[in-house]
Each structure stands twice: as structure tokens, then as C-alpha cells.
Design a protein around this ligand. Structure first.
Ligand code: ZN
Length: 131
């Protein structure tokens, strides 16, 4: 388990402020996962792309065929999208699966759902499972 002072040092990117809006359980898990990924492989430059999403944003994504659910766990702060940006450029799963596989392993360790397991894959997406 990482010391909390070490974790906070790894969570100083501009986008990380979005962590604050998440559901408390999701926030804790997302912070730990981001910090662990950054510590394990700093060159991957892991960024949190999306945390909370408004209903309007979700509707737009569905219309653009970028999301396929009318209601997403992003809207209640129960999901985040995390992606590697080596050289400040996003890398897809097809280009390099290894970082996404690491994300999936960490998500499962924290009993989170991972979009990489879905029929319609969403490699950077992790979310809380409903109890
Ligand atoms: Zn997502």
C-alpha cells in the first residue's frame, strides 16, 4: 500500500481536480489506481480523461455514437476514464494493449468493473459495481 504523501505527489496533474467531483468510493479507488499506474510506469503519462458527466454531455455522446447507454455511471460520479498519453498523445488499445491491461488488473483488484471486459469494449473505462 502506497503512503498517502507519496500518493498525493503523484496526483498533481491539472486534470486531477476532476477527482473531487466523484462519488467518495470511486474517488478513493481512482486516486489509488492513477497513483499506482503513474508510479509503475511514469512514461505512460496516465491522465484521467473523464470523471463526472452531465446528462446533456451523455446525450451528445450517444447521438455521436460514442456512448451506447442513455444513463452512464459517469453521471453519478461512479465511473472514470483513464488513458495513457505517452509523449502527450493518447494511445489506443490497438496501438498498445499493455497499459490498458494494467488498468484492468488494478480495477479488478479493487472490485471495480472494467470496460475492457464488455462485449463492446471501452478499454479506459472503470466503474463501481452496483451492490
Ligand atoms: Zn467511461
Amino acid at each position: 500500500m502506497m503512503k498517502s504523501s507519496d500518493m498525493m505527489k503523484l496526483l498533481r496533474k491539472k486534470q486531477d481536480v476532476k477527482l473531487n467531483d466523484l462519488h467518495p468510493e470511486m474517488r478513493t479507488s481512482a486516486m489509488e489506481i492513477l497513483a499506482e499506474l503513474r508510479q509503475a510506469n511514469p512514461k505512460n503519462n496516465w491522465l484521467m480523461e473523464q470523471g463526472v458527466r452531465s446528462t446533456k454531455e451523455q446525450k451528445k455522446l450517444v447521438e455521436a455514437n460514442k456512448s451506447w447507454v442513455p444513463v452512464s455511471k459517469h453521471q453519478s460520479g461512479r465511473a472514470v476514464d483513464i488513458r495513457p498519453y505517452p509523449g502527450n498523445k493518447s494511445v489506443s488499445y490497438e496501438e498498445n494493449p499493455a497499459p490498458y491491461q494494467s488498468l484492468g488488473v488494478l480495477a479488478k483488484r479493487k472490485k471495480l468493473g472494467w470496460g475492457g471486459d464488455w462485449g463492446k469494449r471501452d478499454w479506459g473505462h472503470i466503474e463501481m459495481k452496483e451492490k
